[in-house]
Design a protein around this ligand. Structure first.
Ligand SMILES: NC(=O)c1ccc[n+]([C@@H]2O[C@H](COP(=O)([O-])OP(=O)(O)OC[C@H]3O[C@@H](n4cnc5c(N)ncnc54)[C@H](OP(=O)(O)O)[C@@H]3O)[C@@H](O)[C@H]2O)c1
Length: 287
Protein backbone atom coordinates (compact mmCIF):
# COMPACT_ATOMS: atom_id res chain seq x y z
CA UNK A 1 0.00 0.00 0.00
CA UNK A 2 1.70 3.17 -1.18
CA UNK A 3 -0.60 5.64 0.62
CA UNK A 4 -0.93 3.94 3.99
CA UNK A 5 -2.68 6.28 6.47
CA UNK A 6 -2.28 9.35 4.24
CA UNK A 7 -5.25 11.69 4.52
CA UNK A 8 -6.85 12.64 1.21
CA UNK A 9 -9.65 15.09 0.40
CA UNK A 10 -11.40 14.35 -2.90
CA UNK A 11 -13.96 16.88 -4.11
CA UNK A 12 -16.77 15.77 -6.41
CA UNK A 13 -16.39 12.21 -5.19
CA UNK A 14 -20.04 11.17 -5.21
CA UNK A 15 -19.85 9.62 -8.69
CA UNK A 16 -17.84 9.42 -11.91
CA UNK A 17 -14.12 10.06 -11.84
CA UNK A 18 -14.09 11.42 -8.26
CA UNK A 19 -15.61 8.19 -7.00
CA UNK A 20 -13.05 6.11 -8.95
CA UNK A 21 -10.25 8.22 -7.45
CA UNK A 22 -11.67 7.74 -3.95
CA UNK A 23 -11.81 3.96 -4.45
CA UNK A 24 -8.24 3.86 -5.81
CA UNK A 25 -6.86 5.96 -2.92
CA UNK A 26 -8.70 3.78 -0.37
CA UNK A 27 -7.21 0.66 -1.95
CA UNK A 28 -3.75 2.10 -1.36
CA UNK A 29 -4.47 2.67 2.33
CA UNK A 30 -5.52 6.34 2.43
CA UNK A 31 -8.07 7.81 4.84
CA UNK A 32 -10.68 9.77 2.92
CA UNK A 33 -12.65 12.98 3.18
CA UNK A 34 -15.29 12.99 0.46
CA UNK A 35 -17.34 15.94 -0.72
CA UNK A 36 -20.01 16.85 -3.25
CA UNK A 37 -23.44 18.46 -3.06
CA UNK A 38 -25.32 15.13 -3.00
CA UNK A 39 -24.99 13.38 0.37
CA UNK A 40 -26.80 10.25 -0.80
CA UNK A 41 -24.14 9.58 -3.45
CA UNK A 42 -21.35 10.13 -0.94
CA UNK A 43 -22.95 7.62 1.45
CA UNK A 44 -23.01 4.96 -1.25
CA UNK A 45 -19.33 5.64 -2.05
CA UNK A 46 -18.45 4.99 1.61
CA UNK A 47 -20.07 1.56 1.26
CA UNK A 48 -18.15 0.83 -1.94
CA UNK A 49 -14.79 1.72 -0.39
CA UNK A 50 -15.46 -0.79 2.38
CA UNK A 51 -13.72 1.59 4.80
CA UNK A 52 -14.85 1.69 8.42
CA UNK A 53 -16.28 5.01 9.63
CA UNK A 54 -13.05 5.71 11.49
CA UNK A 55 -11.25 6.08 8.12
CA UNK A 56 -13.71 8.10 6.05
CA UNK A 57 -15.66 11.33 6.47
CA UNK A 58 -18.15 12.96 4.12
CA UNK A 59 -19.51 16.44 3.73
CA UNK A 60 -22.30 17.73 1.49
CA UNK A 61 -21.16 21.09 0.21
CA UNK A 62 -20.51 23.38 -2.71
CA UNK A 63 -16.84 24.04 -3.51
CA UNK A 64 -17.65 27.38 -5.08
CA UNK A 65 -18.62 28.73 -1.64
CA UNK A 66 -15.78 29.95 0.55
CA UNK A 67 -17.60 28.79 3.69
CA UNK A 68 -17.92 25.21 2.37
CA UNK A 69 -14.29 25.08 1.24
CA UNK A 70 -13.34 26.16 4.77
CA UNK A 71 -15.66 23.54 6.30
CA UNK A 72 -14.14 20.66 4.31
CA UNK A 73 -10.67 21.59 5.48
CA UNK A 74 -11.88 21.92 9.10
CA UNK A 75 -13.63 18.55 8.88
CA UNK A 76 -10.45 16.83 7.66
CA UNK A 77 -8.38 18.40 10.43
CA UNK A 78 -10.89 17.63 13.18
CA UNK A 79 -11.34 14.01 12.07
CA UNK A 80 -7.81 13.09 11.03
CA UNK A 81 -5.54 15.86 12.34
CA UNK A 82 -3.87 16.61 9.01
CA UNK A 83 -4.22 16.54 5.23
CA UNK A 84 -1.60 15.05 2.90
CA UNK A 85 -3.45 14.98 -0.44
CA UNK A 86 -6.01 17.28 -2.03
CA UNK A 87 -7.71 16.17 -5.25
CA UNK A 88 -9.64 19.04 -6.80
CA UNK A 89 -11.92 16.95 -9.00
CA UNK A 90 -15.40 18.52 -8.69
CA UNK A 91 -16.43 20.18 -11.90
CA UNK A 92 -19.30 21.13 -14.16
CA UNK A 93 -19.44 21.21 -17.97
CA UNK A 94 -22.19 23.68 -18.88
CA UNK A 95 -23.30 25.97 -20.26
CA UNK A 96 -22.98 24.28 -23.65
CA UNK A 97 -23.84 26.82 -26.34
CA UNK A 98 -22.20 29.43 -28.53
CA UNK A 99 -20.87 32.26 -26.36
CA UNK A 100 -23.22 34.73 -28.07
CA UNK A 101 -26.16 32.76 -26.66
CA UNK A 102 -25.11 31.66 -23.18
CA UNK A 103 -26.69 33.16 -20.08
CA UNK A 104 -23.99 35.17 -18.28
CA UNK A 105 -25.02 33.66 -14.94
CA UNK A 106 -24.46 30.10 -16.23
CA UNK A 107 -21.05 31.00 -17.64
CA UNK A 108 -20.02 32.62 -14.37
CA UNK A 109 -21.24 29.57 -12.42
CA UNK A 110 -18.88 27.32 -14.40
CA UNK A 111 -15.95 29.59 -13.56
CA UNK A 112 -17.04 29.67 -9.91
CA UNK A 113 -17.07 25.88 -9.62
CA UNK A 114 -14.16 24.83 -11.84
CA UNK A 115 -11.50 27.40 -11.06
CA UNK A 116 -12.71 29.43 -8.07
CA UNK A 117 -13.67 26.18 -6.28
CA UNK A 118 -10.24 24.70 -7.04
CA UNK A 119 -8.59 27.85 -5.73
CA UNK A 120 -10.75 27.98 -2.56
CA UNK A 121 -10.13 24.37 -1.49
CA UNK A 122 -6.42 24.77 -2.22
CA UNK A 123 -6.20 28.07 -0.34
CA UNK A 124 -7.79 26.56 2.78
CA UNK A 125 -5.38 23.60 2.80
CA UNK A 126 -2.12 25.33 1.91
CA UNK A 127 -1.27 26.48 5.48
CA UNK A 128 -1.56 22.86 6.66
CA UNK A 129 0.71 21.53 3.90
CA UNK A 130 3.19 24.41 4.27
CA UNK A 131 3.29 23.73 8.03
CA UNK A 132 4.23 20.11 7.47
CA UNK A 133 6.49 20.95 4.51
CA UNK A 134 4.88 18.27 2.42
CA UNK A 135 1.73 17.85 0.38
CA UNK A 136 0.24 16.72 -2.91
CA UNK A 137 -2.30 18.79 -4.80
CA UNK A 138 -3.86 17.23 -7.89
CA UNK A 139 -6.21 19.25 -10.06
CA UNK A 140 -8.43 17.55 -12.62
CA UNK A 141 -8.21 19.56 -15.81
CA UNK A 142 -8.93 18.44 -19.36
CA UNK A 143 -9.80 20.46 -22.46
CA UNK A 144 -7.32 23.13 -21.54
CA UNK A 145 -4.98 22.69 -24.43
CA UNK A 146 -7.14 23.62 -27.39
CA UNK A 147 -10.13 25.81 -28.25
CA UNK A 148 -13.49 24.12 -27.71
CA UNK A 149 -16.31 25.87 -29.59
CA UNK A 150 -19.64 25.89 -27.69
CA UNK A 151 -17.86 25.09 -24.41
CA UNK A 152 -16.20 28.45 -23.82
CA UNK A 153 -16.81 28.54 -20.06
CA UNK A 154 -15.48 25.00 -19.56
CA UNK A 155 -12.46 25.50 -21.84
CA UNK A 156 -11.62 28.81 -20.14
CA UNK A 157 -12.03 27.49 -16.60
CA UNK A 158 -9.97 24.35 -17.27
CA UNK A 159 -7.22 26.39 -18.97
CA UNK A 160 -7.17 28.52 -15.84
CA UNK A 161 -6.87 25.38 -13.71
CA UNK A 162 -3.76 24.40 -15.67
CA UNK A 163 -2.05 27.79 -15.37
CA UNK A 164 -3.05 27.95 -11.68
CA UNK A 165 -1.37 24.55 -11.23
CA UNK A 166 1.85 25.68 -12.90
CA UNK A 167 1.95 28.94 -10.98
CA UNK A 168 1.19 27.47 -7.57
CA UNK A 169 3.76 24.72 -8.12
CA UNK A 170 6.50 27.36 -8.34
CA UNK A 171 5.20 29.22 -5.28
CA UNK A 172 5.21 26.16 -3.02
CA UNK A 173 8.24 24.25 -4.32
CA UNK A 174 10.30 25.38 -1.30
CA UNK A 175 7.79 23.72 1.04
CA UNK A 176 8.01 20.30 -0.60
CA UNK A 177 4.49 20.52 -2.00
CA UNK A 178 3.87 19.04 -5.47
CA UNK A 179 1.05 20.46 -7.58
CA UNK A 180 -0.02 18.80 -10.82
CA UNK A 181 -2.96 18.68 -13.20
CA UNK A 182 -4.46 15.60 -14.82
CA UNK A 183 -6.19 15.36 -18.19
CA UNK A 184 -8.23 12.14 -17.81
CA UNK A 185 -9.20 11.62 -21.47
CA UNK A 186 -12.74 10.93 -22.74
CA UNK A 187 -14.40 9.08 -19.84
CA UNK A 188 -17.97 7.90 -19.68
CA UNK A 189 -19.73 9.65 -16.80
CA UNK A 190 -22.83 11.70 -16.09
CA UNK A 191 -20.92 14.71 -17.44
CA UNK A 192 -20.39 12.92 -20.77
CA UNK A 193 -24.13 12.13 -20.98
CA UNK A 194 -24.86 15.79 -20.34
CA UNK A 195 -22.53 16.77 -23.20
CA UNK A 196 -24.13 14.26 -25.54
CA UNK A 197 -27.65 15.46 -24.76
CA UNK A 198 -26.71 19.10 -25.29
CA UNK A 199 -24.59 18.79 -28.41
CA UNK A 200 -27.40 17.44 -30.57
CA UNK A 201 -28.28 20.85 -31.94
CA UNK A 202 -24.62 21.76 -32.27
CA UNK A 203 -21.79 20.38 -34.33
CA UNK A 204 -22.32 16.88 -35.80
CA UNK A 205 -18.68 15.93 -35.11
CA UNK A 206 -19.19 16.68 -31.42
CA UNK A 207 -22.23 14.43 -31.32
CA UNK A 208 -20.30 11.59 -32.96
CA UNK A 209 -17.32 12.03 -30.65
CA UNK A 210 -19.35 11.80 -27.45
CA UNK A 211 -21.58 9.03 -28.82
CA UNK A 212 -18.38 6.98 -29.33
CA UNK A 213 -17.19 7.65 -25.77
CA UNK A 214 -20.59 6.67 -24.34
CA UNK A 215 -20.87 3.57 -26.54
CA UNK A 216 -17.33 2.26 -25.97
CA UNK A 217 -17.23 3.22 -22.30
CA UNK A 218 -14.36 5.62 -23.11
CA UNK A 219 -11.12 5.58 -21.16
CA UNK A 220 -11.56 3.25 -18.16
CA UNK A 221 -11.89 5.40 -15.01
CA UNK A 222 -9.11 3.33 -13.40
CA UNK A 223 -6.59 4.86 -15.85
CA UNK A 224 -6.83 8.50 -14.67
CA UNK A 225 -7.44 7.25 -11.11
CA UNK A 226 -4.11 5.39 -11.14
CA UNK A 227 -2.32 8.52 -12.39
CA UNK A 228 -3.83 10.38 -9.41
CA UNK A 229 -2.54 7.64 -7.06
CA UNK A 230 0.94 8.03 -8.58
CA UNK A 231 0.86 11.80 -8.13
CA UNK A 232 -0.40 11.40 -4.56
CA UNK A 233 2.41 9.01 -3.64
CA UNK A 234 6.04 9.48 -2.65
CA UNK A 235 7.01 7.91 -5.99
CA UNK A 236 6.23 11.20 -7.70
CA UNK A 237 8.04 13.47 -5.21
CA UNK A 238 9.55 16.38 -7.15
CA UNK A 239 7.26 15.98 -10.17
CA UNK A 240 5.40 19.28 -10.02
CA UNK A 241 3.84 21.99 -12.17
CA UNK A 242 2.89 19.54 -14.92
CA UNK A 243 -0.28 18.82 -16.88
CA UNK A 244 -0.32 15.10 -17.55
CA UNK A 245 -2.48 13.14 -19.90
CA UNK A 246 -3.55 9.89 -18.23
CA UNK A 247 -3.73 8.24 -21.65
CA UNK A 248 -0.96 9.74 -23.78
CA UNK A 249 1.92 10.56 -21.42
CA UNK A 250 4.54 8.13 -20.18
CA UNK A 251 3.87 9.07 -16.54
CA UNK A 252 4.58 5.58 -15.21
CA UNK A 253 8.29 6.23 -15.86
CA UNK A 254 8.34 9.78 -14.50
CA UNK A 255 9.85 8.71 -11.18
CA UNK A 256 13.07 7.89 -13.09
CA UNK A 257 13.36 11.16 -15.01
CA UNK A 258 12.52 13.86 -12.47
CA UNK A 259 15.58 16.02 -13.24
CA UNK A 260 14.82 15.93 -16.95
CA UNK A 261 11.18 16.87 -16.36
CA UNK A 262 12.10 19.91 -14.35
CA UNK A 263 14.12 21.40 -17.20
CA UNK A 264 11.50 21.01 -19.92
CA UNK A 265 8.40 22.87 -20.99
CA UNK A 266 6.90 19.55 -22.07
CA UNK A 267 3.91 18.56 -19.93
CA UNK A 268 3.11 22.22 -19.37
CA UNK A 269 0.50 24.45 -20.95
CA UNK A 270 2.96 25.46 -23.67
CA UNK A 271 4.38 21.98 -24.21
CA UNK A 272 6.92 23.55 -26.54
CA UNK A 273 10.50 23.46 -25.32
CA UNK A 274 13.30 25.64 -26.66
CA UNK A 275 14.85 22.33 -27.73
CA UNK A 276 11.83 21.41 -29.77
CA UNK A 277 11.73 24.84 -31.40
CA UNK A 278 15.39 24.45 -32.32
CA UNK A 279 14.75 21.04 -33.85
CA UNK A 280 11.80 22.39 -35.85
CA UNK A 281 13.93 25.30 -37.08
CA UNK A 282 16.74 22.94 -38.18
CA UNK A 283 14.27 20.66 -39.95
CA UNK A 284 12.96 23.64 -41.92
CA UNK A 285 16.49 24.71 -42.87
CA UNK A 286 17.38 21.22 -44.13
CA UNK A 287 14.31 21.26 -46.42
N1 LIG B 1 -16.29 13.30 -18.42
C1 LIG B 1 -15.17 13.54 -19.15
O1 LIG B 1 -15.00 13.04 -20.27
C2 LIG B 1 -14.09 14.43 -18.57
C3 LIG B 1 -12.99 14.73 -19.40
C4 LIG B 1 -11.99 15.56 -18.89
C5 LIG B 1 -12.09 16.04 -17.59
N2 LIG B 1 -13.16 15.75 -16.81
C6 LIG B 1 -13.19 16.30 -15.45
O2 LIG B 1 -13.27 15.24 -14.50
C7 LIG B 1 -13.89 15.72 -13.31
C8 LIG B 1 -15.00 14.76 -12.91
O3 LIG B 1 -15.99 14.76 -13.91
P1 LIG B 1 -16.98 13.54 -14.18
O4 LIG B 1 -16.91 13.27 -15.62
O5 LIG B 1 -16.73 12.47 -13.20
O6 LIG B 1 -18.39 14.27 -13.92
P2 LIG B 1 -19.64 13.89 -13.02
O7 LIG B 1 -19.95 12.45 -13.13
O8 LIG B 1 -20.70 14.87 -13.36
O9 LIG B 1 -19.11 14.16 -11.53
C9 LIG B 1 -18.86 15.46 -11.06
C10 LIG B 1 -18.74 15.43 -9.55
O10 LIG B 1 -18.52 16.78 -9.10
C11 LIG B 1 -19.52 17.12 -8.13
N3 LIG B 1 -19.78 18.56 -8.16
C12 LIG B 1 -20.23 19.30 -9.21
N4 LIG B 1 -20.36 20.59 -8.82
C13 LIG B 1 -19.97 20.66 -7.53
C14 LIG B 1 -19.88 21.72 -6.58
N5 LIG B 1 -20.24 22.98 -6.90
N6 LIG B 1 -19.44 21.45 -5.33
C15 LIG B 1 -19.09 20.18 -4.98
N7 LIG B 1 -19.16 19.13 -5.84
C16 LIG B 1 -19.59 19.38 -7.09
C17 LIG B 1 -20.72 16.28 -8.53
O11 LIG B 1 -21.64 16.06 -7.47
P3 LIG B 1 -22.91 16.99 -7.17
O12 LIG B 1 -23.52 17.35 -8.49
O13 LIG B 1 -23.75 16.12 -6.30
O14 LIG B 1 -22.35 18.17 -6.44
C18 LIG B 1 -20.03 14.96 -8.89
O15 LIG B 1 -19.73 14.22 -7.72
C19 LIG B 1 -14.39 17.12 -13.63
O16 LIG B 1 -13.49 18.10 -13.14
C20 LIG B 1 -14.41 17.14 -15.16
O17 LIG B 1 -14.29 18.44 -15.68
C21 LIG B 1 -14.17 14.93 -17.26
Amino acid sequence: MILKDKVAIVTGSGRGLGKAIALALAKEGAKLVLMSRTEKELRSVIKETGLPESRVAIMAGDISKESDARRISELALSRFGTVDILVNNAGVIGPIAPTKEVKPGDWINNINVNIIGTFLCTRMLLPVMIGKRHGKIINIAGSGEKPLPNFSAYASSKSAVIRFTETLAQEVEEYGIDVNAVAPGGISTKMTEEIFESVKPLDKNDTEKYRKVLKSGGVPLEVPASLVVFLASEESNGVSGKILSAVHDDWKNFGKKKGELKETDMYTMRRISPDLLERLRLKKEVK
